[in-house]
Design a protein around this ligand. Structure first.
Ligand code: ZN
Length: 390
């Protein structure tokens, strides 16, 4: 039995001061304040020293890090995952962008094979397949040579049991709604993105089972007052969650605040969409088979672009995303935490297992300072990262 005490717990639905967490065999078995939770005499104690303890962060869109790109080299998933706890990320969806379908199969095999022995790191919950059923007019950094028309036979093996959890597609493509229904029935979360869908097409997609919007405003038609289009439909639909990249580059901070006002913490999902340059200096990197140039902009923020200037993912870490969401919206830490813990967990249908501090859930935890710096990260009750004292 492991006991974490003297913690400010953000579950994130509520705050528990002088909080205590009891952990057994990787899971939380009791949570409450010190006055109500008895500590077993033989428990191993971790004194949080008043730090904030929150659920581990969940990233629904991560292309790679540490110089590795999941689409180019699916076998790098486990290696990259070992480094993610430094940013508080305890589980994530490795994202495979538009590429030969064989790449998805390779990534499925990598996850099916499991980690190397002795491995310890952030848990890949399954793949996010971003493409290849996207609109060529909104291809972004995706290679148009590999875009495909929706076809059921291409996704025969795309199921949660075979490690596919989320699929981004353009719902206005011919045959896309049939794909949406099939995938949704299997329990795959289907997202609208890299799309030219108008408002009516987006509504039809939601009716067919689309429940997410990939990087709201990026690779979509603009929001116009007489033609709200896909972004207007995503903002308006109460049953749909939207992904946002709050790096200050993909969308203006005021637009992040507007999306926040429209959707709130349970329907806004912060993602990094980070690529190979995360955790690395500026330079040349790769996303799928495209070369990406990462430079530092005037504010000291690293930006990833193709030679054409098109954005090619971000170089945003999850803890920085959390700080920026609060800066841009003025929301509380608890609300901001929901967008990277309970909200993505609920979207994936694993809200009882992850994303909240509750009895029965995995003990995936992040210890944070009041200024939101990651001090310690635990996954299934095991410490995977401790910040070195400077
Ligand atoms: Zn994208």
């Amino acid at each position: 039995m492991l006991c974490i005490q003297r913690a400010t717990l953000l579950t994130p639905d509520e705050q528990i001061d002088d909080g205590v967490l009891l952990i057994d065999r990787g899971r939380i078995v009791a949570i409450g304040d010190a006055a109500h939770i008895g500590v077993p005499a033989d428990a191993e104690i971790i004194d949080a020293g008043g730090l904030i303890v929150a659920p581990g962060f969940i990233d629904l869109q991560l292309n790679g890090a540490f110089g590795e790109d999941f689409t180019w080299a699916p076998e790098s998933i486990w290696r990259v995952a070992e480094g993610l706890p430094r940013w508080g990320v305890t589980s994530f969806l490795p994202t495979i962008i538009t590429s030969p379908l064989q790449k998805v199969a390779q990534a499925q095999e990598t996850l099916e094979a499991g980690p190397p022995s002795g491995w310890r790191g952030s848990i890949p919950l399954g793949l996010h397949c971003e493409g290849p059923f996207l609109n060529p007019q909104k291809k972004g950094a995706h290679n148009p040579a590999y875009l495909r028309a929706p076809a059921l036979e291409d996704v025969a093996a795309w199921r949660p049991e075979q490690h596919v959890r989320l699929v981004t597609l353009a719902p206005e493509l011919e045959g896309a709604l049939e794909l949406v229904q099939t995938l949704a029935q299997r329990g795959v979360v289907v997202s609208a993105g890299h799309s030219m869908a108008n408002y009516e097409q987006a509504r039809a997609a939601f009716a067919a089972g689309v429940r997410y919007g990939t990087h709201l405003f990026n690779a979509m038609p603009p929001l116009e007052h007489r033609e709200p289009g896909l972004p207007g439909a995503l903002l308006h639909a109460t049953e749909v969650t939207v992904g946002v990249i709050p790096d200050g580059i993909h969308v203006h901070p005021a637009i992040v605040a507007l999306a926040w006002a429209a959707k709130g913490p349970s329907r806004l999902s912060v993602v990094t969409d980070a690529m190979a340059a995360l955790g690395m200096p500026p330079g040349r990197y790769q996303i799928a088979d495209h070369e990406v140039f990462v430079t530092e902009d005037a504010r000291g923020v690293n930006v990833a672009r193709l030679a054409s200037g098109t954005l090619a993912g971000s170089v945003l870490s999850m803890d920085e995303a959390l700080r920026r969401l609060i800066l841009y919206t003025g929301c509380t830490l608890g609300q901001a935490l929901a967008t990277i813990t309970s909200t993505p967990a609920d979207l994936l249908g694993i809200g009882r297992e992850r994303g909240r501090l509750r009895a029965g859930a995995w003990a995936d935890l992040v210890f944070l300072t009041p200024t939101i710096e990651v001090v310690r990260t635990m996954i299934a009750g095991v410490t995977c990262y401790v910040r070195e004292e400077s």
